[in-house]
Design a protein around this ligand. Structure first.
Ligand code: FES
Ligand code: FES
Length: 897
């Protein structure tokens, strides 16, 4: 092996090390030196998370081989530019302006921005956007806008026009942080580069730890005949090749389906495939070796003999009458949910004078976090501990316990710091693989996927195929809607019941449609499996229903705004599930939007760029918050120094599990007069925290908030003396009063009826109205989204920084869903760039979010969850704007030129 001793000046200090200049990248070297603030996401020069400065210039260190790095070159990493006590202005600005969500991209953006500001101390916003686009700095969480805000603010400090104090958050006079821009508690660790994500933990494991690599035969559907690992097991560093024979339990994961019509038991997924391969990303074996490289080399040498079977790669093929059962004994179409509201909608539409119809399809949208999946596990005396980015710690224990052969109470799951997930990490499949290996090998193990492995292994948004119709009377009032939607759920059934139930709620939301007939049917295919993804189920529905509204407006010659205005629900109207809406801000929200819509039309009228057309599009969206019934718990404890600790599993994947818990706890404990620094968060470890439930479906803010209020009220009541003052910790102990309380929330709203779709099905609702302005290049069909305006009602806002982050970030995903993103072609879509991730210049800087803050009647502090609503229908506003500009209606996503 051609290794060399080398010297670099890293963060101003001479560092000597040994490397292989041909093989090692600069990122490998700095990370081995412990400088793991430089993150590796794509590993292929496509995401910029590894950006650092080499002789003052920004480079993507993952593709910079050491052979091209000169001896004594100067390297600057995130660890070298500031400290917790003395932050660089960029680090402070990233904290203050909400530029950090999951934070995985943050060190790369900060280093890239530092290079920009040394070249151009006074950039325009467009200069900043051009720089990040040119240097491939990708953020999947924020929608880029707050990052540009932070760079502009930091630049002003560096020019001496502002002070650090000017760009630091200050609580208002009453000390309240609920409903402010109080920064995310974990942001500091992100901007310093000290947060250890999964791949960082992998570098810091005990000496006996082994590294895992997956054996994926990369075939869509096949019968396994033989797995030959004799040669692989003899390769350097290899300790063992594990197959299904090494799985101690049933080797079948559990995927509960909930209350729907279902024909599968949810136990079709093996931890390691034993008889069949059901999809391209399936795993038949795992190699455990001393290093990741050795494990991957041996995994490539495992020979899998299989007989290929017919592959059904979409809903239509999988549900054809002659299609074989993908999971023998279970019909391919395995879940369904009908929706019956009012009279027979089909007959009404057949007779209606004004009706429109269409067939619409949506894609297998990839989540595209910057961090690929990473998981560690180690054996305990009689169980196993898993470190991962689970969004549902206790749920994942239940999903894998029987499969790996352990009782639930012998499995502990704790979160690593997590790069964004957006829903994909609700699946326990990789946690089960790591657990099986740790239990078998009796040493700590680490599995870090390459980006393509991550793409093929992890679940995606389920594609939809919809035939739908909408009819109105001569005044434009909706009279009936009907639809039939087929959902391609891929090889496995994770959350398919919940998805099927969700889809049928949003055809006709938030309008008054008196008569609806709908049927959503979900089928297995041999493509990648469906999994939760922000807005879960609603984009599929809105793709059809909100385009039909525009089509109907065109048919009857009415402005699409006015058609919506006369049809949105008002007090007393029933929602699509034949129960009242939770509240009725829709008309008032439209009044708020009206001047923005009119201004957009005016801009479109005046638009005169040669070769381009400007379009304006609207779409209603919104979401059901969480599920129902539901249950959530937190613990709250008074400490000897008078501070309080809040224990919860509000899983933090960048969306705000930390800030949400903080603002709720601070608000609920206001009678005690605590400062935010006196509230400590202990989060996301089943060994120390009660079950707060999943971080999904926008439920956490609602349920964890209610449980926090319950726990805080118990603690406050226990501390309260007859004279109205509060006992100290010592007084509580002296009087034998407990200092720790469990806060509980139970939502009692009924679930949907599986035969009619009637019912609440959630503990809350939120509402969003999108306005998109797009330019279409006539010769090429290339679409540029120029501006987005959003009016949203999520009740009272708890944290503006984090809610705006969800809104801008959610819209950036919607834009990708509308125009570029897909995971269909398993070769082309295996990388972040190939799958169509939007870059900085693709997402408009002009994104205006207007909060219509009603007091939520049932939620904590007048609020409810928000996240899903912000990715529900922004894509349809874009599609409607394209149609408005060009007359071309987009039936099939993405809207390629
Ligand atoms: Fe280096 Fe993505 S560009 S990790
Ligand atoms: Fe940028 Fe998460 S904050 S990827």
């Amino acid at each position: 092996m051609d290794v060399q001793k080398r010297i670099l000046i890293i963060n101003g200090v001479e560092r000597a090390f040994v490397c292989n200049p041909e093989k090692d990248s600069l990122a490998d070297v700095v990370r081995r030196l412990g400088l793991t603030g430089t993150k590796v996401g794509c590993g292929a020069g496509q995401c910029g998370s590894c950006s650092l400065l080499l002789d003052g210039k920004v480079v993507r260190a993952c593709i910079k081989k050491m052979k091209s790095v000169p001896e004594y070159a100067s390297v600057e990493t995130i660890e070298g530019i500031g400290t917790a006590e003395n932050l660089h202005p960029l680090q402070q600005a990233f904290i203050t302006y909400g530029s950090v969500q999951c934070g995985f991209c943050s060190p790369g953006f900060i280093m890239s921005a530092k290079a920009l500001l040394s070249e151009n101390p006074n950039p325009s916003r467009q200069d900043v956007r051009d720089w990040f686009t040119k240097n491939m700095n990708i953020c999947r969480c924020t929608g880029y806008k707050p990052i540009v805000d932070a760079v502009m603010a930091a630049a002003a400090v560096m020019r001496g026009e502002k002070t650090m104090d000017d760009i630091t958050f200050k609580a208002p006079g009453d000390g309240r942080i609920y409903g402010t821009d109080y920064p995310k508690p974990l942001a500091l660790t992100r901007v310093l580069g000290t947060a250890d994500y999964g791949d960082d933990v992998a570098l810091k494991m005990p000496h006996d730890a082994l590294h895992l690599a997956l054996v994926m035969p990369y075939v869509h559907h096949a019968e396994i005949k033989k797995i030959d690992f004799a040669e692989a097991e003899k390769m350097p560093g290899v300790v063992k090749v594990l197959t299904a024979a090494d799985v101690k339990g049933s080797n079948r994961m559990l995927a509960p389906q909930g209350i729907v019509r279902k024909y599968a038991d949810g136990k079709e997924r093996p931890v390691l495939c034993d008889k069949k391969l059901f999809r391209y990303g399936d795993v038949v074996a795992v190699v455990a070796a001393r290093t990741r490289e050795e494990a991957r080399a041996a995994a490539a040498a495992v020979k899998v003999d299989y007989k290929e079977l017919p592959a059904y790669l979409n809903y239509v093929d999988a549900t054809a009458p002659d299609a074989a059962e993908i999971h023998p004994g279970t019909p391919n179409c395995f879940v369904e949910q009908p929706l019956l509201k009012g009279e027979n909608a089909g007959e009404i539409i057949d007779r209606a004078k004004y009706a429109v119809e269409g067939s619409f399809s949506s894609t297998r949208e990839p989540h595209l976090p910057i961090e690929p999946d990473a998981v560690q596990a180690y054996p305990t005396e009689d169980g196993v501990t898993v470190l991962c980015k689970s969004q549902f710690l206790y749920g994942d224990i239940a999903f894998m316990a029987d499969a790996i052969g352990l009782p639930k109470d012998k499995i502990r799951i704790a979160m690593n710091h997590a790069g964004g997930s957006f829903g994909y990490s609700m699946c326990a499949a990789s946690y089960a693989i790591a657990a099986v290996c740790a239990m078998d090998l009796r040493v700590p193990v680490s599995l870090v996927m390459s980006y393509p492995e991550h793409q093929h292994f992890t679940g995606k948004r389920s594609p939809s195929y919809t035939n739908a119709r909408l009819a109105c009377d001569e005044k434009g009032k909706f009279i009936a809607m009907d639809y039939h939607t087929g959902i391609d759920h891929g090889a496995y059934s994770d959350f398919a019941g919940a998805l099927t139930s969700k889809v049928c709620r949003f055809f006709g939301y938030p309008y008054q449609v008196p008569n609806i007939r709908g049927l959503v049917q979900t089928a297995f295919s041999n493509h990648n499996h469906g999994i939760t993804y922000r807005a879960f189920g609603s984009p599929q529905a809105y793709t059809a229903s909100e385009q039909l509204v525009d089509m109907l407006a065109e048919k009857i010659g009415m402005d699409p705004f006015e058609l919506r205005y006369i049809n949105v629900a008002q007090e007393g109207d029933l929602c699509t599930n034949s129960v009242p809406y939770r509240w009725y801000p829709m008309k008032s929200m439209m009044d708020t939007m009206r001047p923005h819509y009119e201004a957009a039309l005016e801009r479109a009228k005046k638009f005169g760029e040669p070769g381009k057309k400007r379009g304006v599009g609207l779409a209603w969206g919104g979401y059901h918050v969480g599920k129902s019934p539901d249950h959530s718990e937190i613990d709250i404890e008074l400490n000897p120094d008078g501070s309080v600790t809040h224990y919860n599993t509000w899983q933090e994947v960048g969306q705000g599990g930390d800030i949400g818990a903080m603002v709720h706890a601070h608000e609920a404990l206001r009678p005690l007069g605590l400062k935010p620094e006196q509230i400590h968060l202990v989060q996301n470890d089943t060994a120390t925290c009660p079950d707060t439930g999943s971080s999904s479906g926008s439920r956490s803010h609602h349920v964890a908030g209610m449980a926090t209020i319950d726990g805080a009220n118990q603690l406050i009541a226990a501390m309260k003396k007859p004279d109205g003052t509060f006992r100290t910790y010592e007084e509580m102990k002296a009087e034998g009063i407990p200092t720790k309380y469990r806060g509980v929330y139970d939502s009692k709203w009924a679930d949907l009826d599986p035969d009619t779709g009637h019912g609440w099905g959630a503990m809350g609702q939120n509402y969003c109205l999108y306005l998109a302005e797009v330019d279409v290049e006539v010769a090429t069909g290339k679409v540029k989204v120029d501006r987005m305006t959003l009016v949203s009602d999520i009740g009272k806002v708890g944290s503006y920084q984090s809610v705006l982050g969800q809104a801008w970030g959610g819209f950036s995903h919607s834009l990708g869903f509308a125009l570029t993103e897909d995971y269909d072609d398993v070769v082309k879509h295996a990388t972040m760039a190939g799958a169509g991730v939007p870059k900085c210049n693709d997402v408009p800087d002009d994104m205006d979010v207007i909060f219509h803050e009603s007091e939520h009647p049932d939620g904590p502090h007048g609020s409810t969850g928000c996240s899903e609503s912000y990715q529900s229908s922004g894509h349809v506003a874009i599609l409607n704007a394209i149609a408005n500009a060009t007359g071309a209606r987009i039936y099939t996503l993405p809207a390629k030129p």
